[in-house]
Design a protein around this ligand. Structure first.
Ligand code: ADE
Length: 237
């Protein structure tokens, strides 16, 4: 497979996990992408295979050692053109724009954080790009890595069929998706909106855009402000 994710983790048994099912799983079996999982603990040096130690300066929890993680990264021997990511709640928030870039490239090395943190020096020395999947704290980077990989894999050539990219286009344009309906025509007294069964494609498109805009303005003022900015810039020339 051309696109590959190399995952460094203390819990290799978590993979492929959900990435082995459904769309991503079928694409994995079909050779449309590859998953390489590497156990950070394999780079431990002492008899007890320890990978962490107490934080300098004191405080609770344990910190992943710089030397062990650096050895694990180096042993993975990933090509220098591949992005090196560290899943972390203090990373830059993942966006669909970054997902599109990652899917278009050779595929990332992804370090999954654990414990209270990772020695800052290895983040700097191996130029790890910290990536967050949202403003909440997971118990480790593994589920975050799976979310990132899933978002990339569904964009790879041949993974999705024709249904590919309506949602991408609207999301990338900074809008939330409009509501969808299917049969039955009536559900618990609720009807499918008239316009959708009118057969007037222009009216349907206009209704969907209006719905997307209203939803975005109500739920995501951050996205809505960004969209307004871009429209203004485009209009201003
Ligand atoms: N590890 C723990 N929480 C995380 C988050 N929100 N995003 C990415 N990695 C994480």
């Amino acid at each position: 497979a051309a696109w590959r994710a190399t995952v460094l983790t203390l819990f290799p048994d978590m993979f492929p996990g959900p990435l082995g099912a459904s769309l991503a799983g079928r694409a994995l079996t079909g050779g449309l992408w590859a998953l390489e999982t590497r156990d950070i603990r394999a780079s431990a040096t002492d008899r007890h295979r320890s990978v962490d130690d107490t934080p300098a300066g004191g405080g609770p929890g344990m910190v992943l050692r710089a030397d062990i993680l650096a050895a694990a990264i180096d042993a993975a021997a990933v090509a220098p053109d591949r992005p090196r990511l560290l899943m972390s709640p203090r990373g830059r928030p993942l966006t669909q724009a970054r997902v599109l870039e990652l899917a278009a490239g050779p595929g990332p090395l992804i370090v999954c954080g654990r414990f209270e943190g990772i020695d800052q020096r290895v983040i700097e020395a191996r130029a790890l790009e910290e990536v967050s999947i949202g403003d909440y704290v997971l118990s480790g980077g593994e589920i975050a890595a799976m979310a990132l990989i899933d978002a990339c894999v569904r964009l790879l050539p041949g993974v999705m069929g024709k249904q590919a990219s309506g949602t991408e286009e609207s999301f990338s344009a900074g809008l939330l998706e409009y509501p969808q309906y299917t049969r039955p025509q009536e559900f618990e007294g609720r009807q499918i909106p008239e316009v959708l069964i009118s057969g007037d494609h222009a009216k349907v498109a206009a209704w969907r855009l209006a719905q997307s805009e209203a939803l975005t303005a109500a739920r995501r003022p951050d996205l809505w402000a960004g969209k307004a900015d871009r429209t203004k810039k485009a209009t201003d020339g």
